[in-house]
Design a protein around this ligand. Sequence first.
Ligand code: GDP
Ligand code: MG
Length: 198
Amino acid sequence: MIQPKEEKTFVMVKPDGVQKGLVGEIIKRFEQRDLKIVALDMFLATREEIDNHYPKEEKWIRRLGEKTLSTYEKYGRDVTDLQKDFGSSDLLEVGKVVRGWLVSYLTSAPMVRMVVQGVHAVDMVRKIVGPTMPYLAEIGTIRGDYSADSAISANVDKRAVFNLAHASETTEEATHEIEYWFGDKKTIYTYKRFGIDE
Ligand code: GDP
Ligand code: MG
């Protein structure tokens, strides 16, 4: 039977995930939840590739800046501190700085990109990966089990939050990212998993 919510999502093991030897562990966690790996590849991304992977719309960049400010406020710091650390308190400018850190982080070592397929694959994979900030991620998620990083430590070090893996947040993001990373002559396979795709 064709499942109405059978979908594909995009995952990348980030450089810290590869360098901590977690590629197998991360893939295992998807497979044990009945999700199927249908494309898989290790690669070293260029700055340009990463620059085009993350949205360039002001809205998305500003959201990164807003997230940064809300972390500051949570820890009793404010826009003045933002101005000190980022050279600007304009949230779009702050977002641009964080986006730049992301490009440096994701080009610093090889990554593993994959397409994961299954029922509710987008939400399932996000649940397994956990929320953005590892120190807040529940035990049992990839980010919660293998990292304790936070925006506060990352911003002080002027780097992106090291959180082991990227996973698409919505079906629209997944469609766009799969096309972007696997659209050009890279293979996505079709096969049946025993006991699941009967
Ligand atoms: P994700 O979908 O959970 O990866 O999170 P986002 O799409 O919101 O952000 C993209 C990436 O930017 C995250 O995975 C982090 O590596 C990094 N990041 C997000 N927010 C912050 C922040 O406030 N400070 C820093 N330094 N990095 C951040
Ligand atoms: Mg995201």
